[in-house]
Ligand binder design. Structure first.
Ligand code: AVJ
Length: 334
């Protein structure tokens, strides 16, 4: 029997990279979906970002997990089925799995079949008793996961599984508040008690609001790694969609917008130019932007409010002493 995380965007059809590029570059203002950053070079550049002095989120979240995984695991309880959204974070996942008491299974969900295979096989190799069931899916569009069969549970005396969705890495920041609410509501429905299961929860990594200069430095680093990461999207379009973007005619821009509490990442055209890609042409004015990414930041209050609105009545939040980053366990009432 499979349970399904309801699609949060049932109205939007699946689009190809080419369709998204044509649509995004033909709209006003121009935009491109941030999920296309992560080709091989983009993923390697993102790994370099996570090691930059200016980019605090990854190391801070890791430190939080090192410090608090025992407390988090104790709150989750025994027999958990862990569903992870995005599977590129095996270090954090291991910190969690190491502390959980007899987890029932681990279900990494990722859009990239390749990331998924490598993450799933390394976890399966190192946790011999754990049933690992990778699911290749775009979790923003809904997916079904197989419910573990009772016979695969560690023992009949175990409490019935509760499902915990682990969504680390502050990827939630890429979603607007409205979309984040849809996703969290879908997760709340997904982990809710059904049949013999107890209500579960959501373990979420989120980035915190902080002074603008620190945020801008994190998204516009001195070495230009984030700039290369952002502009690589144009290189990818050139390669995969027969584009003719001239990279020296574009620049990286990272802006903090306090109202919506988000970093806004753009690629700016530095001159008037005509560009071709995916069989279409696009006119750029000097100074015209392509929006490539939002990275929303939360306060302890705003994330609690969002989780509560999504149906999670109980929240426990761990932060570092400087309150740079948060890890929250949001649970449904028993
Ligand atoms: C992977 C979405 C968490 O928003 O901090 C890093 C992506 N973009 N630098 C973030 C990103 C530019 C990152 N997330």
């Amino acid at each position: 029997m499979a349970r399904e995380l309801p699609a949060i965007a049932p109205q939007s059809e699946e689009r190809s990279f080419a369709e998204d590029v044509v649509l995004g570059l033909s709209s006003e203002p121009k935009k491109l979906p941030c999920k296309y950053f992560y080709d091989a070079r983009g993923s390697a550049l993102f790994d370099r970002i996570t090691e930059l002095d200016e980019y605090y989120p990854t190391r801070t979240e890791l430190a939080l997990m090192r410090a608090h995984a025992p407390a988090i695991a104790a709150k989750i309880g025994a027999g958990a089925l862990v569903v992870e959204l995005g599977s590129g974070s095996s270090v954090k996942t291991r910190l969690l799995l190491d502390e959980l008491e007899l987890p029932t299974g681990y279900v990494p969900v990722d859009i990239s079949a390749e990331h998924l295979r490598s993450a799933a096989s390394s976890i399966a190799a190192d946790y011999p008793g754990l049933e690992v069931t990778p699911v290749a899916a775009d979790f923003t569009r809904g997916f079904a996961i197989p419910k573990p069969r009772p016979s695969t549970r560690p023992s009949n005396k175990q409490p019935p599984a509760r499902c915990v969705v682990y969504f680390p890495g502050s990827t939630i920041g890429n979603f607007t508040r409205a979309r984040a609410l849809e996703l969290l509501s879908a997760i709340a429905a997904f982990v809710g008690a059904d049949g013999d299961e107890r209500p579960g929860g959501l373990l979420l990594g989120f980035d915190l609001v902080k002074p603008a200069d620190m945020l801008v430095r994190a998204y516009d680093d001195a070495q230009g790694v984030t700039s290369a990461f952002n502009l690589n999207l144009l290189t990818r379009i050139n390669r995969e969609l027969d584009g003719d973007f001239e990279l020296d005619g574009f620049e990286h821009r990272a802006v903090w917008e306090p109202g919506p509490a988000r970093m806004e990442i753009f690629i700016r055209s530095t001159r008037d130019q005509l560009v071709h890609a995916a069989g279409h042409s696009y006119r750029f004015a000097a100074g015209e932007d392509i929006l490539t990414e939002y990275s929303h930041k939360y306060t302890l209050d705003s994330i609690r409010a969002l989780a509560r609105e999504a149906g999670f009545e109980r929240s426990t939040i761990w932060t570092d002493p400087d309150e740079l980053f948060g890890v929250g366990l949001f649970q449904l009432a028993d």
